[in-house]
Design a protein around this ligand. Structure first.
Ligand code: GLN
Length: 460
């Protein structure tokens, strides 16, 4: 913990953390030492971890990157935080993020942009940009993150770390400040798939405090690491028999040449490991953008109604009456992107527009899930890019939200379908982008995380 605290301080210019508190961290480290002294052991005991500021933490501030929650201290720990503490992990601090996890670059944080450690002119990705930058710069060996439409996979890709979003319902949302509840899913970020597997072992599990938490038997996500794919026994290559589906919609015109080259090189390596590549199609890929940007804001507008200046968060200093207090508190507390989402969400849910937008989006969401069902009939796993380009310059898309939304095209449909997805570093861009990482996206069928981690680990 001391080692990482020193590194965090030396790298404060990255702005990866919203809060660090060495006293709190070292107290936790001491408690872990005492557990070791008592003879306890465990794969995560005493290891430090950074938490995305969307997870509430007792004793630490929890802001979700918003001015609305500036200074807020939760009276309880999120289930995820509680589980890692039970495993003996030591909290290093709270990482920076886009406000309420809305964004793809971390530029929507009320606490300033985060710099990409590989190239400080670039964004780290978002919304879990602080977690990604912290792991990439070795300010933390692991970090928690959340993914609603790509916020684990895309910053992992932009920052050259490994991150996995499990099947929806695997990780408890209790104490995870809500953005879009039917999509929000927590997951780990670390250097390797093997590390992510160890973290998932502690992170997942049924939680009666989350109504969408899934009742499943505990499983060991490390169980396939290092094994050959086919259990037939004859396989001399580690992944012989594995069928990798390549959706043609993920390799079209919108994909930058340098990202494509890095992904193609990774696919070659998979062939060398014994896998076969099969073409598949996900015809509704492009529709995932309008569908997601109707559903997510709709849910957000409802979730964020609790921030009214009474029960939580910022309250305006001066107001005439109750309504004026709501208006001023929300006008001051929320940033521009959050306001945009609340407006869109309220609009698509309103009488007269509900059928035309929200209901249509829900129907197409179902069809998007069916696209994947179809694709998984002919392949075991799907691969492609995480994002159409490498990380862009800080400020480059700042005044054009739609440009930012379009960059989510390869991650949104996986979230809408509730499928597990991960990002694995697979190279760098070219020319001026030569220092900017590229991630390979691996998408598995429901509950196939252990297999995805095996496939990622074989590549690493
Ligand atoms: N970029 C997407 C958005 O802005 C996804 C964010 C996320 O997954 N939290 O909504």
């Amino acid at each position: 913990a001391q080692h990482y605290l020193k590194r965090i301080e030396a790298a404060s210019a990255l702005n990866a953390f919203i809060q660090v508190d060495p006293e709190l961290t070292l107290a936790q480290a001491k408690a872990a030492d005492e557990r070791v002294a008592r003879g306890e052991s465990g794969p995560l005991l005493g290891l430090p971890i950074a938490h995305k500021d969307v997870f509430v933490t007792r004793g630490w501030r929890s802001t979700a990157g918003s001015k609305m929650l500036e200074g807020y201290v939760s009276p309880f720990d999120a289930t995820v935080v509680e589980r890692f503490m039970r495993a003996g992990m030591v909290t290093l601090g709270k990482t920076n993020m886009d406000e309420f996890a809305m964004g793809s670059s971390n530029e929507n944080s009320a606490y300033g942009s985060v710099k990409n450690p590989w190239d400080t002119a670039a964004v780290p990705g978002g919304s879990s940009g602080g977690s990604a930058a912290a792991v990439a710069a070795r300010l933390a060996p692991a970090a928690t993150a959340t993914d609603t439409g790509g916020s684990i996979r895309q910053p992992a890709s932009f920052s050259g770390v490994t991150g996995i979003k499990p099947t929806y319902g695997r990780v408890s949302r209790y104490g995870m400040i809500a953005f879009a509840s039917s999509l929000d899913q927590g997951g780990p970020m670390a250097q390797t798939a093997a590390d992510c597997a160890a973290l998932l072992n502690a992170m997942t599990g049924f939680d009666e405090r989350d109504s969408t938490s899934l009742k499943r038997d505990d499983e060991d996500y490390t169980r396939f690491l290092g094994q050959t794919w086919s259990t037939g026994g004859a396989a001399d290559k580690p992944l012989a028999g594995l069928r990798i589906g390549l959706p043609k919609e993920y390799f079209g015109d919108g994909l930058a040449g340098d990202v494509r080259a890095a992904v193609d090189a990774a696919l070659k390596q998979y062939e060398a490991l014994g896998a076969t590549l099969v073409p598949v199609s996900l015809p509704k890929t492009e529709l995932s953008i309008p569908v997601y940007y109707v559903i997510a804001p709709a849910e957000a507008s409802s979730n964020l109604s609790r921030f009214d200046g009474v029960r939580y968060g910022h309250r305006a200093a001066e107001y005439r009456d109750l309504l004026d207090m709501y208006k001023k508190s929300r006008a001051e507390g929320f940033g521009p992107e959050v306001k945009r989402r609340i407006l869109v969400g309220t609009y698509v849910l309103s009488h007269g527009y509900y059928d035309a937008y929200y209901l249509q989006a829900q129907k197409i969401r179902r069809i998007i899930a069916q696209d994947f069902e179809e694709a998984f009939k002919t392949c075991d796993v799907i691969m492609g890019p995480v994002a159409p380009t490498v990380a862009w310059d800080i400020g480059a898309k700042g005044d054009d939200p739609v440009q930012m939304y379009l960059a989510d095209v390869y991650t949104l449909s996986i979230s809408l379908a509730g499928l597990p997805g991960m990002s694995v570093p697979c190279g760098f861009g070219a020319g001026a982008n030569a220092k900017r990482p590229v991630g390979l996206q691996i998408v598995g069928n429901y509950f196939n995380e252990a297999r995805m981690l095996q496939i990622a680990d074989a590549f690493q």
